[in-house]
Unconditional design. Structure first.
Length: 114
């Protein structure tokens, strides 16, 4: 995982093309870059982010930043009710209970929560 100015990128390697390909993963914008060496990949990643931020500024547009921490969640009413009851039984708000459940699931997946 690479990080620059709060933007994170995942990298894959194409063995046939002998090229690294990176995609920014923590924003809804499509920001991609590539390079044939680690040094070039890092340079292209920074260039892509800086170019995106500059283009937004030139257009008078606010850049879409990495995730805000707010999500809208749609679930079955029965699940909503059961989750609300479980949260209340643990003395937590539904929001805190869901956030904890998501954090536990992310930890189990092996990803790192900063």
């Amino acid at each position: 995982m690479m990080e620059y100015k709060g933007y994170r990128a995942a990298v894959t390697f194409d063995d046939e093309a002998d090229t690294f390909h990176g995609d920014v993963v923590n924003t809804r914008e499509v920001i991609a870059f590539e390079g044939t060496s680690v040094a070039q990949l890092k340079k292209e990643f920074k260039f892509s982010i800086d170019d995106y931020l500059k283009a937004c500024e030139e257009r008078g547009r606010t850049p879409i930043r990495p995730f805000s921490g707010k999500i809208s969640l749609r679930i079955l009413p029965e699940v909503h009710r059961a989750a609300a009851i479980a949260a209340r039984m643990e003395g937590k708000s539904l929001n805190a209970w869901i956030a904890e459940a998501v954090e536990e699931a992310v930890e189990k997946s092996g990803d790192v929560v900063d």
